[in-house]
Design a binder for this molecule. Sequence first.
Ligand code: THU
Length: 174
Amino acid sequence: MAIEKINSADLSVSTLQLIECAKKVMSNAYNVYSHFYVGAAARTISGKIYSGTNVENASLGLSVCAEPAALLLAISAGDPEVIDMAVVGGTSPDTKGGRVATPCGRCRQIIYEVSQISKTDIMLYCCNPDLSEILRMTISDLLPLPFGPKDLGVEKEVENYLGQLRSTISEDKK
Ligand code: THU
């Protein structure tokens, strides 16, 4: 796929909802060091949306980006099959215009890993704070030639993880 500029009028209600979730959570950013706000929302095949924001740390390198914050919630909920994500970022949630926020390199690698669990080339909607600019792309657009489970010969383990998770969930329902 190619990276595409999208008009919000052309988005489905469910994609707009995903973007709104990312926009909403960015106000909760713990960003006392950078004062940069990021919200991310990840939707799984179940239709649930998990949102996360950036959480900074005095030991600057330990700061957590919004994208993994959202993805960790999905995985921790036992619902890791992410199909699409929205990312909204900027110097303030109320900024008019501004640049579109796209995932940093580390986040791209983390999103790629989750795409291997969901076996989906995760679609990303990257937005500026007032949502006047939206870019649509997939994780493979953002991270060509990725390093992942296949390189370490663990594709089967990734598949087994999902299988085990599903059997645990159906056991719990009994
Ligand atoms: N940040 C994210 O949350 N996601 C990214 O992909 C890029 C950067 C956060 C980390 C830090 O809290 C702030 O933005 C400035 O780098």
